[in-house]
Design a protein around this ligand. Structure first.
Ligand code: NI
Ligand code: MN
Length: 226
């Protein structure tokens, strides 16, 4: 059984009972995240890109857990330069880790550190753990190649950004779900800041009514099992 905890924004913890992975650990400065950094126990930190609301508390979380940071080459090199264990990958490449397979996908966005320094390409990520495949879109606009992602891998869970302004809004996100065709879609990257305020239940309704597919709005801090 795979546990999925939604911290809020784009931050999730995947835990199969043996391995634990946090994606985009944005806790400090995130008004919707109730989890304390000290309580995050993980083996891996996966970063989709370097923006402050994604790299977040990566450094402290990786340090306190002696965890490995998995990111595209430029961002992984930066993590290593900060004294962290880092594993370098890049878009289109997959690697078999002890927990399972991880592959970075394209994402149409930016990837600068809060200080403006550029960190290579932003990414989405496919993670297969405990027999389930999760596609976390990262921050991105809609792109037709999402069809290919759904064609190459059967996606059990798609974490899809819906907040608009910086990423897909609801209607584009619904189209993205149609392209990827996951078993379950979970909206993310909304209601953290005023400019990305939106109604996740509108997304859920459109996925269910227009596509006849399953969507679920996770509460901030909620854990589900798939
Ligand atoms: Ni971003
Ligand atoms: Mn973001």
């Amino acid at each position: 059984m795979l546990k999925i905890k939604y911290l809020s924004h784009s931050s999730f913890i995947l835990d199969d009972g043996k391995h634990s992975i946090i994606i985009d650990p944005f806790l400090t400065g995130n008004p919707n995240c109730k989890m304390k950094i000290e309580d995050v126990k993980v083996d891996y930190v996966v970063l989709t890109h370097a923006h402050g609301d994604h790299i977040g508390d990566c450094k402290q979380i990786a340090k306190q857990n002696n965890a490995t940071v998995i990111a595209v080459n430029e961002l992984a090199n930066y993590a290593a330069s900060e004294g962290l264990n880092a594993f370098n990958m890049h878009i289109g490449g997959a690697y078999k880790f002890p927990f399972g397979r991880l592959k970075f996908t394209i994402a149409h966005h930016g990837s600068s550190l809060p200080n403006g320094q550029y960190m290579g390409s932003p990414a989405g990520v496919l993670i297969t753990i405990d027999g389930k495949t999760i596609y976390h879109t990262g921050d991105t606009g809609l792109f037709l190649d999402m069809k290919l992602i759904g064609e190459l891998d059967k996606v059990d869970l798609m974490c899809v950004c819906i907040g608009d302004c910086f990423t897909m809004g609801i209607d584009d996100a619904v189209k993205a779900v149609e392209f990827v065709n996951p078993e379950l879609a979970i909206p993310m990257h909304y209601n953290t800041f005023p400019v990305i305020e939106t109604d996740p239940f509108e997304f859920k309704e459109k996925v269910e009514k227009k596509l006849g597919k399953k969507a679920r709005v996770m509460e901030f801090g909620e854990t589900i099992t798939i």
